[in-house]
Design a protein around this ligand. Structure first.
Ligand SMILES: Cc1ncc(COP(=O)(O)O)c(C=O)c1O
Length: 283
């Protein structure tokens, strides 16, 4: 899969792809996005990603030019243009911005939303056999508590800083906690704990992004939704995170406390296998 960019359906090489410095995605983070990957050349859960992009756009009162059909067609067009072999895999970052406009917050200043798709080769896979370390970080995201809560908005600053905190402590992911100390999600992932054979994950009410990987995992294996705190993380037999690009990754330490045996556990491995089978079939 080669790197390519689609701007409103026009394909460009990354070095030639430009948008206006007046784009409100850049000026104000006034944009929403999706990240989806392919399996054997075909996008995974394209319909769910398009639906979530439209839901995010609606929360921002952002029009989607051409609606779901145009988004679907442009994603498929960009992937087809980037593919060098029929079964090439990669991922697409699909962004819908309110577009370029004169300075000012008024949404009516912007007349032409833009759909920009970056197609990228897959990054090297996480060390699934070794797992990752995580730290908990109490924070507030830009959209938390606003009309846009739950939308996948491009303003990821709180998560960027949380991940920087994690990195400074030798960890690869931050698990975000809300004002009451409840687990929300990872910076770009959802969080699951395994204890006594039961798999639990926080519910939508904590203000998490309803991950599509999370959903596919919940369809593949029994999962309960439950409020989780750092104490649940510390007492877990296993913890794993999920995301479209990373799939299912074991967390072997939280806040420098070893989780279970300190290696990704058997339930995590089983969930990962079940997820992969499901993801390959999810259109
Ligand atoms: C904040 C957040 N939560 C969860 C996820 C996982 O979502 P998905 O499984 O749809 O990739 C992401 C993915 O980027 C994310 O940014």
């Amino acid at each position: 899969m080669r790197r390519l960019v689609s701007i409103d359906g026009r394909i460009a090489l990354p070095e030639d792809a430009t948008i206006s410095v007046y784009d409100r995605g850049f000026l104000y983070g006034d944009a929403v996005f999706e990240t989806l990957r392919t399996y054997d050349g075909a996008p995974c859960a394209l319909e769910a990603h398009v639906a979530r992009l439209l839901k995010s756009a609606k929360r921002l009162r952002l029009a989607v030019p051409g609606g779901a059909a145009a988004v679907r067609a442009q994603v498929l067009g960009a992937l087809a243009a980037a593919r060098e072999h029929p079964t090439d895999d990669g991922y697409a970052r699909v962004m819908l911005t309110r577009g370029a406009a004169p300075l000012g917050l008024d949404i009516d200043l912007a007349k032409a939303p833009g759909l920009i798709i970056l197609v990228e080769p897959l990054p090297p896979p996480p060390a699934y056999d070794v797992g990752i370390r995580a730290v908990t970080v109490a924070t507030l995201r830009v959209a938390d508590g606003t009309q846009a809560a739950g939308a996948k908005v491009t303003s990821y600053l709180a998560s960027i800083l949380a991940l920087a905190d994690a990195k400074a402590q030798g960890a690869q992911e931050a698990i975000l906690l809300d004002g009451r100390g409840q687990v929300i999600e990872g910076t770009t992932s959802n969080v699951f704990v395994v204890q006594g054979g039961a798999i639990r994950t926080p519910g939508e009410e904590v203000g998490l992004l309803l991950g599509i990987t999370r959903q596919l995992v919940m369809e593949a294996v029994p999962v309960e939704t439950a409020a989780l705190t750092p104490a649940d993380l510390y007492a877990a037999d296993e913890i794993f995170i999920t995301s479209s690009v990373r799939e299912v990754v074991g967390v072997v330490a939280v806040d420098a406390r070893i989780v279970g045996a300190g290696v990704p556990g058997t339930v995590t491995r089983r969930v990962h296998d079940a997820y992969r089978a499901r993801a390959r079939a999810a259109k």
